[in-house]
Design a protein around this ligand. Structure first.
Ligand code: ZN
Ligand code: ZN
Length: 278
């Protein structure tokens, strides 16, 4: 469990093995590479893509929720994948002879969905080997319009009683998760650079896998993030999806050694010690 810029985050992430990011206060999670106990209560899951390490737990999650008599879950998926995921679940229903009720929602860039805590999630395209989408999460609060800022409370009350619209809805990008992606998502999506908290993959960290090889696999290399150090306006950055060829010590050592101060001060690494094991 880790708290970054006021947002609590837990989960697991090991490249190629499993990724699941949970935001307990938002009451939703991203991806289900495998199903962990803390993910079972999540009625809403936003999936980035259909690679096994991100979606392998989908059928087990439905079945476990059914077993616990919890309401059917909702799974947000890239629209291009929705029919295949439905077919997959349908096959499991036949094999398992159970209803495994759930709702598969194809939701692509340009659309949005309200989250249990009233934040809004909007998908965007992340370039990867298969269809992939990241998600930006926005909070929205009614705030006093600038022209009324500093007005005495009596005046505010008077205007309010006259039915004057004193507030406007202000959206703040709170959190963004890229999913698996090439680094170009940083330039392509403003929310990736501006959300208060960014969770971004960085699968390879040194010359054991070259930048070219990393790109062929559809992933981001530490070298590429370092080159873009000036672009990140985020308050905090969570690096995740490290290849299992690196030990926890190596990950922390390489980040310490290679990240420029500007990035180091806001980066955390999602390694085992930050993960919730069950
Ligand atoms: Zn992955
Ligand atoms: Zn992937």
């Amino acid at each position: 469990m880790v708290r970054l810029a006021g947002i609590e985050i837990r989960g697991v992430s090991e490249g190629g093995i499993q990724t699941c990011l949970d935001l307990p206060e938002v009451k939703m999670c991203f991806d289900l590479g495998r199903v962990h106990e803390w993910a079972v209560p999540r009625e809403l899951v936003l999936f980035t893509h259909a690679h096994m390490d991100h979606m392998g737990g989908i059928a087990a999650h439905t079945a476990l929720r059914h077993l616990r008599r919890l309401p059917p879950p909702r799974y947000v998926v890239p629209p291009e994948n929705a029919a295949d995921i439905e077919a997959l679940l349908e096959a499991w229903r036949r094999l398992d002879r159970s209803r495994m009720e759930c709702q598969v929602i194809g939701l692509g860039p340009g659309a949005q969905i309200e989250l249990p805590n009233r934040w809004i999630a909007r998908p965007f395209r992340s370039p990867h080997r298969v269809i992939t989408q990241g998600y930006g999460l926005w909070s929205n609060k009614h705030k006093l319009k600038p022209e009324f800022a500093g007005a005495p409370p009596k005046e505010i009350r008077r205007l309010k009683s006259q039915g004057v619209e004193l507030t406007s809805l202000v959206e703040t990008p709170e959190f963004v998760f890229t999913g698996d992606t090439l680094v170009e998502v940083v330039e392509a999506q403003e929310v990736v650079r501006k959300a208060r908290v960014l969770a971004i993959e960085v699968t390879f960290l040194d010359e054991r896998v070259s930048v070219a090889e990393c790109r062929e696999k559809g992933h981001t290399h530490l070298e590429e993030l370092i080159e873009r150090a000036d672009l990140f306006e985020n308050e905090a950055i969570l690096l995740l999806h490290f290849s299992t060829r690196y030990t926890e010590r190596q990950i922390l050592g390489l980040l310490e050694q290679r990240l420029p101060d500007k990035l180091k001060s806001k980066c955390s690494a999602f390694v085992r010690s930050l993960q919730t094991r069950d």
